[in-house]
Write a protein that binds this ligand. Structure first.
Ligand code: AMP
Ligand code: MG
Length: 494
């Protein structure tokens, strides 16, 4: 298992990847350079050819045996410079001190048609930041991260992406013995709130400034023009985070581990662990079996994001100077999140313009769904077919309490008076997905994958990459969860 890594000579490099590696230029205070630890006899588990195309990779690249070895960590891609970055963070509300890439290796950044993209291998072996961990990721959690990354992208929600998963029969000990896998993931940057916290809490203020300047120059150049660039950065991150939270809440996504080390400085969904798309609508739903207190329950996510932004503000204080400035930079979150949420919900209701009564319509809808524990995604998808004239049976059938539904349906019908039906249909089609990565769907694909049948991963990927399309013949993937779905326990173990 610890055989030497083969290094491609440039002559045999068929990938044509053009590496930039700007993060590495920050210097050794930010990371440790090291090689991945090889895994025996790797095999392909899943590939996102859509992402490969976006990255400008040639079709044959994801088919080659060399690539399989490289993306499992058994061979170096020429031009890459693997490193594990150091960060810290608050976990479940408590300062956890130094964490870091304990099982992820940044290979570097490739120049792609969609701009420079960092490429990481997750599960490629121990690093100086592994603490008690083995540096590995198991097949189960790797498939979940792969599918959900691409599903979120398919839903139009900002996220890190996943290019592929490779597996190996090498055993990995969790609650039971499982097998190893590696996810190749990409993002413009994997920098987290926790990176800033690390340099702030350890008093490395020159490095803190270098990191903030790096992020501003590459991703938030407008902040450079602001009177207080670092306060402007905090405000810009808050704004992106507000939009991300609105997107999560609207689609019924629970992240499960919103620690500050899992919060992206670019407002991307990242570090998919015990996440869940809601089945029945339960505002207090806790998807992480390890989260006994419900800190990251569905309805607490927007507040937890604000809490995390507050931590980021604290970390940036040495650069911002005055506490009042930092607090003022966070203030817009409180209005931007609800505005963004109601805008998304209007999209789900098919309302192109905003009217004063819309807030009540949305709030009443949430109340109705919560009271009925109605299936969240099925409700919205069926609502696409709702018309004020029809009996709207398919939607009404979702509710035991017909009277409450009828009252809301009347409210909605009145709002729809004068609304262009075609415009509304288009909006709803785009905003109410037919396919979301419910736990049981992922679980079925994982069970088959454990037996080396990866067709379920492929099928789900295809559905989730265009989740609003009909995909005839695949209605069973859009139905109610089976009874056993509620007994699936997903914890931090991955
Ligand atoms: P997470 O909650 O998965 O985002 O991980 C929190 C921290 O634990 C990060 O620093 C991870 O790199 C690290 N970590 C999680 N699992 C492992 C593992 N199996 N081996 C090494 N480090 C890990
Ligand atoms: Mg993490």
């Amino acid at each position: 298992m610890t055989s030497a890594i083969a290094i491609d000579s440039p002559a045999t490099n068929t990938s044509g990847l053009n590496w930039v590696n700007s993060f590495a230029a920050l210097g050794p205070d930010f990371y440790t350079e090291l090689q991945p630890t090889p895994l025996p006899a790797p095999y392909w588990v899943g590939k996102s050819r859509a992402l490969a195309r976006e990255l400008g990779l040639e079709d044959h690249w994801l088919e080659s045996a060399d690539t399989l070895e490289a993306l499992t960590g058994n061979r170096l891609l020429p031009g890459s410079g693997p490193l594990a970055s150091v960060y810290s963070g608050h976990q479940f509300g408590v300062w956890a001190g130094q964490l870091g890439d304990g099982r992820a290796l940044l290979l570097g950044e490739i120049d792609s048609p969609s701009g420079p993209q960092e490429m990481q291998l997750k599960g490629a072996g121990q690093t100086p930041y592994s603490r008690m961990g083995d540096g590995r990721a198991v097949l189960r959690s790797s498939i979940r991260e792969f599918l959900c990354s691409e599903a979120m992208h398919g839903l139009g929600i900002p996220t890190t992406r996943a290019l592929c998963v490779t597996g190996s029969d090498a055993p990995v000990r969790r609650e039971e013995i499982e097998t190893a896998a590696v996810v190749t993931r990409t993002a413009p940057s994997f920098i987290r709130f926790g990176h800033f916290e690390h340099f702030s809490y350890t008093g490395q203020h020159a490095q803190l400034k270098a990191l903030a300047d790096y992020v501003i120059d590459r991703f938030y150049p407008a902040c450079r023009e602001a009177p207080q660039p670092y306060a402007a950065l905090l405000e810009a991150v808050s704004e992106r985070t507000a939009h991300l939270m609105a997107a999560w809440q609207a689609v019924g996504f629970c992240h499960g581990v919103m620690n500050t080390d899992n919060m992206s400085i670019l407002g991307l969904t990242m570090d998919y662990g015990p996440f869940q798309f809601l089945d029945a609508f339960d505002p207090g739903h806790i998807c992480n079996h390890s989260d006994a207190q419900g800190r990251y329950a569905y309805n607490r996510q927007p507040n937890m994001a604000y809490w995390n932004l507050f931590c980021l503000g604290q970390a940036l204080l040495p650069l911002i100077g005055e506490q009042e400035l930092a607090l003022a930079a966070l203030e817009p979150y409180k209005t931007q999140f609800p505005e963004a949420l109601y805008a998304r919900m209007r999209g789900k209701l098919g309302l192109a313009d905003e009217r004063p009564e819309d807030k009540a319509l949305v709030d009443d809808c949430f109340k109705l769904l919560a009271a009925g524990k109605t299936d969240y995604s099925i409700f919205w998808r069926r609502l696409n077919g709702f018309t004020p004239q029809s009996g709207h049976e398919p939607v009404r059938d979702l509710f035991f309490d017909r009277e409450s539904f009828n009252a809301w349906a009347l409210q909605y019908s009145e709002r729809l008076a004068g609304v262009d039906a075609e415009l509304r249909a288009g909006l709803m089609h785009r905003n109410n997905p037919k396919f979301v990565l419910r736990n049981h769907l992922g679980e079925e694909a994982i069970r088959a994958a454990k037996l080396k049948d990866f067709s379920g991963v492929d099928t789900l990927l295809a559905l989730l990459q265009s989740p609003c399309e009909e995909h005839p013949g695949h209605d069973s993937f859009a139905g109610f969860p089976p009874d056993w779905a509620s007994s699936i326990e997903i914890s931090c173990s991955s």
